[in-house]
Design a protein around this ligand. Structure first.
Ligand code: HEM
Length: 407
């Protein structure tokens, strides 16, 4: 596809194959209008300019195609100052301490799941592992009863795949409450139960008791924020793990290196987030006539911050297309940046590192292999990147060392 061709940013069949065209855009037309009303920003420095200017590039309403009632807006659907107040409340549950506390939980659950899976000759690692583990960790951090996890995740998936993310409604009704009454009722009751003095000290309790500018947020606000945290990590972390597993399964030297030198795992994860960002781009609404890099943008247009392009910007990264472990912690935009920098970035990093450490410790090179004739297919979501499935075979089911066996 040439740079002049019309490009549908809302069609996953186009966005799943953007690498070449965005390289060309960075070189020739770094800011352009590939489709009506949408301006794509491809260079790192211009993406930063957008992300750090919420007054001009607003998040109000986020990706919703309809005007949202204020109470039902998630953090990603609001601007300062309301965003600043509510984000502060949420940030209190993502401190380094509470995130680090999830390391042992992640490792134990990764071990348990992988040891179960290796008993089976063939498995889709996405459906059975990368789509399961991160949700357990998020729900654990938030303070959900673990026995409720399967139901909560099922509700959250149903919600993600419904019309609700775009339209704030389904055929059942309007808003989260109308569209998903059972899920909403569950969240409301849980939050309510945490107002009791003997409630455990966790994220849901902190939300239930929080005050924003001297007032207790309504049940609708608390429900919306709780749901957003669950949804925030659901497919993003799955994509992150899926892409790194896909690389490991194709590159025995990488697998060997991480197994022999676990200290390289954080660099391997960061480089994976840079080259294969789980979120391809984020959207902003332009509030006034402005320009980026000399390109005029009109008020009311949507600005597409090209994370996947910025992360391969040759002005920032030497040899940008290559996956390399010697970049340390590259300054990538996988978690965006500025006002709406991902709140779960630290948690995602803990989950990524612990999962890969567990996998490479349990399995030697060749113990787990992609199924013969495996063919990569990306997730069918226009702004996401990651394998839709990873069919693998455990070639030596007895090879994985059980957690208690000596290394
Ligand atoms: C690899 C995993 C993840 C990736 C790649 C990712 C990516 C992102 C990105 C790009 C944004 C910014 C959206 C924007 O600027 O419009 C964001 C925001 C957010 N993420 Fe994540 N995320 C990940 C994991 C998580 C997890 C695990 C959680 C929670 C448990 C989470 C919760 C959130 C929340 C609440 C926001 C909204 C922040 C705000 O608007 O102030 N994310 N994420």
């Amino acid at each position: 596809m040439t740079a002049e061709a019309r490009f549908d940013l809302l069609d996953h069949r186009h966005t799943q194959d953007m690498w070449e065209i965005t390289r060309e855009w960075r070189r020739t037309t770094p800011v352009l209008r590939p489709m009506e009303g949408h301006v794509y920003v491809s260079r790192f420095e211009h993406c930063w300019d957008v992300l750090r200017d919420p007054a001009t590039f607003s998040n109000a309403n986020g990706m919703k195609a309809v005007e949202m009632p204020e109470e039902e807006r998630s953090l990603g659907e609001m601007d300062p100052p309301r965003h600043t107040h509510l984000r502060r409340v949420m940030r209190a549950s993502f401190t380094r301490r509470s995130v680090e506390a999830q390391r042992s939980f992640t490792r134990a659950n990764a071990e348990e799941l992988l040891c179960e899976l290796r008993q089976r000759p063939a498995v889709d690692l996405v459906a059975e592992f990368t789509d399961v583990l991160p949700n357990l960790v998020t729900l654990n951090l938030m303070g959900f009863p673990m026995e409720d996890a399967p139901q909560v995740v099922a509700w959250a998936r149903e919600l993600l795949h419904s019309d609700w993310p775009a339209l704030n409604r389904t055929e059942r009704g309007e808003g989260l409450h109308g569209a998903f009454p059972e899920f909403s009722h569950y969240l409301d009751s849980l939050v309510e139960s945490r107002r009791r003095p003997d409630a455990p000290d966790d994220m849901i309790t902190r939300l239930a008791r929080c005050e924003v500018e001297g007032e207790t947020p309504s049940a609708t606000v608390l429900r919306t924020l709780t749901a957003q945290v669950i949804l925030g990590g659901i497919s993003t972390s799955t994509n992150m793990l899926g892409s790194l597993f896909y690389r490991l399964l194709r590159d025995p030297s990488l697998h060997r290196r991480l197994r022999e030198h676990p200290a390289s795992i954080p660099a391997a994860l960061e480089e994976s987030l840079r080259v294969d960002p789980p979120v391809l781009f984020v959207l902003r609404n332009c509030t006034r006539e402005t320009e980026i890099g000399g390109f005029s943008i009109h008020g009311g247009e949507r600005v597409v911050v090209g994370i996947s392009s910025a992360n391969r910007d040759e002005a920032i990264f030497e040899d940008p297309e290559r996956y390399r472990l010697d970049r340390g912690r590259p300054r990538h935009l996988a978690f965006a940046g500025g006002t709406h920098l991902c709140i779960g970035a630290g948690l995602a990093r803990v989950v990524g590192c612990e999962t890969i450490e567990t996998f490479t410790r349990l399995f030697d090179v060749g113990d787990v292999q992609l199924a013969p004739n495996f063919h990569f297919e990306g997730v069918p979501v226009f702004l996401e990147w990651g394998p839709a499935r990873l069919d693998v075979q455990f070639s030596r089911p007895d090879a994985a060392r059980s957690p208690s066996a000596p290394a």
